[in-house]
Design a protein around this ligand. Structure first.
Ligand SMILES: NC(=O)c1ccc[n+]([C@@H]2O[C@H](COP(=O)([O-])OP(=O)(O)OC[C@H]3O[C@@H](n4cnc5c(N)ncnc54)[C@H](O)[C@@H]3O)[C@@H](O)[C@H]2O)c1
Ligand SMILES: [Zn+2]
Length: 314
């Protein structure tokens, strides 16, 4: 059976009607049928649009995902969510369609730049915080070994080992298997993302990883403020998140001067998908390796904390 190749522009622009329709046209042109398999090789943007094309074509054909970024390996390519951005709103058109196979090769990661590595690590840190305290310890140990090697001074972010990648992925798999259609538990994966999505919408100054990293730092304070998380546990998570500081891009210039004012931020926070009856619900850590979804917090409390936190975020 012959194979055919179609190249789609990478990055967020891949998640458009235009590239979705170009993939569907490609499938039609090559007379793909219900036995055909679409193999999607690329980062999370590609798996989102490719998976959606596979879901729509002839009411659904099989697809295989071959993630090539760290973020896609540990997060985006696994979980069945597919989407494009529509009407200026991220992921507003999509469907659940699980890939039949997931194939990866760590060698692909060698060409990732610092920013792309950082973005992937941030999601791994998140998985450790909300779902696996032993992964948190394993990452800390890996980091300590790396520091000891003296390489930190060169400020290059290491790539994780296969064991770390698979442990981080296992957290996602466990949560998704428990709640495939994001009824409840799956929202745990949203830790750090409530603030992050608002930051990303407010300006293009933040990469997804930077926004989620800042989001986790802020939402950690929220968890303490609401007495969900003991100070001692918060300290462990805080120190853990701070391992990423030298690679965050904020080494010299603090983010305080680029974080939006509360009034502007609020407009975006209100758009969060976890808003229920006008009330934002948060996904927060309750101890190291464990989180809770659906936490409602009074807006005034969030505002006051944000105004203090944003002066000195890490
Ligand atoms: N479906 C989900 O569950 C889910 C979860 C998280 C994120 N996402 C989506 O994933 C996307 C982000 O994923 P991403 O960070 O992989 O972004 P991406 O797919 O936009 O890729 C980022 C950049 O990396 C480049 N790239 C890809 N592989 C490379 C390699 N091996 N070497 C060098 N460069 C490479 C791409 O060309 C692109 O410029 C977002 O659109 C987000 O919404 C989806
Ligand atoms: Zn994310």
């Amino acid at each position: 059976m012959p194979g055919h190749l179609w190249v789609v522009n990478a990055g967020e622009e891949a998640k458009s009607w235009h590239s979705l329709s170009s993939i569907l046209e490609f499938l039609l042109m090559h007379k793909a049928d219900q036995q055909s398999v679409l193999v999607v090789v690329g980062g999370g943007a590609l798996s989102d649009v490719g998976g959606l094309a596979a879901a729509l074509f002839k009411r659904g054909i099989r697809w295989v995902t071959v993630p090539t970024t760290l973020l896609a390996m540990v997060d985006a390519s696994w979980g069945g969510k597919t989407a494009i951005n529509f009407g200026g709103v991220k992921n507003s058109v999509g469907i659940y369609h699980w890939p039949s196979h997931w194939i990866y090769d760590l060698k692909m990661l060698q060409t990732l730049n610092e920013q792309q590595r950082f973005d992937g690590w941030v999601e791994m840190f998140k998985h450790a915080i909300i779902g696996d305290f032993s992964l948190l310890d394993a990452i800390k140990a890996y980091w300590a070994e790396y520091d000891a090697s003296g390489a930190e001074s060169t400020r290059t972010l290491p790539l994780p080992t296969q064991v770390l990648i698979e442990s981080a992925l296992r957290v996602k798999i466990r949560i998704v298997q428990e709640d495939p259609f994001e009824g409840d538990m799956r929202r745990l994966l949203n830790y750090g993302h409530t603030l992050a999505h608002a930051l990303e919408s407010s300006s293009n100054l933040f990469s997804h990883g930077q926004a989620v990293w800042l989001g986790m730092l802020f939402e950690l304070q929220l968890a303490v403020q609401c007495d969900l998380l003991a100070e001692s546990e918060a300290r462990i998570i805080f120190e853990f998140l701070r391992l990423l500081t030298p690679f965050s891009g904020y080494t010299n210039v603090g983010p305080a001067n680029i974080l939006p004012e509360w009034n502007r931020l609020w407009g975006y926070l209100e758009q969060d998908k976890k808003v229920r009856f006008g009330q934002i619900t948060w996904s927060l850590p309750v101890k190291v390796g464990q989180g809770q979804v659906g936490v409602e917090i009074n807006t005034r409390t969030v505002k006051e904390l944000y105004e203090i936190w944003s002066l000195n975020p890490f």
